[in-house]
Design a protein around this ligand. Structure first.
Ligand SMILES: Cc1cc2nc3c(=O)[nH]c(=O)nc-3n(C[C@H](O)[C@H](O)[C@H](O)COP(=O)(O)O)c2cc1C
Length: 209
């Protein structure tokens, strides 16, 4: 049985919804156990967002999700990261988690584990691909095995429409005011990414044990 961890950060809820779709995909792979955890929020951001109703409602919906621990990261056979873009790269909240995991980097605790990224941007050209590709760099330092979203399984990507999904990551477009709802093809691709990481984790279990 493979254990899949989904670690995400979400201010306005899009990445949280994507995390649930990723989880559903992973759970569809027989014998997979899935755990969803969130990245801790910064006090400064809580303060800055204290009058933002959408943020407040979204955080309430996420209240029962536990915060990620090093034990979670060690427990997992495969890890998916939910990374909304901030200026084309990962948010500081997520980077803080990765930096605080320096001891896991040193001990090689995440080496050989399959990994994948799902992301969200405000606009279609605001960092869909750069966020995934730059997150990949950090994950390579941990020695993880990056799993993408191939065209063969995800024909929805072959489009000129403004939807998420690329060979590098599952994704959604939140809209400039976070007003857009994630679409079914975006959730479907997110689910396929979860399933793919779960399958790779199962296949690699012998190698990593
Ligand atoms: C400080 C900050 C920087 C952002 N930078 C970008 C950006 O570079 N490009 C972009 O398309 N969206 C940008 N956004 C929009 C977020 O990516 C968007 O709100 C997020 O993907 C929505 O996901 P969520 O609902 O899970 O929070 C930024 C938002 C904030 C708060």
């Amino acid at each position: 049985m493979s254990k899949i961890l989904i670690v995400y950060y979400s201010a306005h809820g899009h990445v949280f919804e994507m995390a649930k779709a990723v989880a559903k995909g992973a759970e569809g792979v027989q014998g997979t156990e899935v755990r969803i955890v969130k990245v801790p929020e910064f006090d400064a951001v809580k303060e800055a967002m204290s009058k933002d109703d959408v943020y407040i409602q979204s955080q309430k919906k996420q209240a029962d999700i536990p915060e990620v621990t090093h034990e979670d990261l060690k427990w997992a056979d495969g890890i998916l990261w939910g990374v909304p873009t901030r200026y084309g790269i990962m948010p500081s909240q997520m980077k803080s988690v990765l930096e605080a995991a320096g001891s896991l980097w040193q001990s090689g605790a995440l080496e050989g584990k399959p990994t994948g990224v799902f992301t969200s941007t405000g606009s279609i050209h605001g960092g869909q691909e750069t966020t995934a590709v730059t997150t990949f760099i950090a994950l390579m330092h941990f020695g993880m095995i990056y799993v993408g979203l191939p065209y063969g399984e995800n024909p929805e990507q072959l489009t000129t429409e403004g939807i998420g999904g690329s060979p590098y990551a599952a994704s959604t477009v939140a809209g400039p005011k976070d007003e857009r709802q994630t679409t079914e093809p975006e959730f479907t691709m997110a689910g396929r990414l979860g399933a793919r990481v779960a399958k790779v984790a199962e296949a690699l279990r012998g190698l990593n044990s």
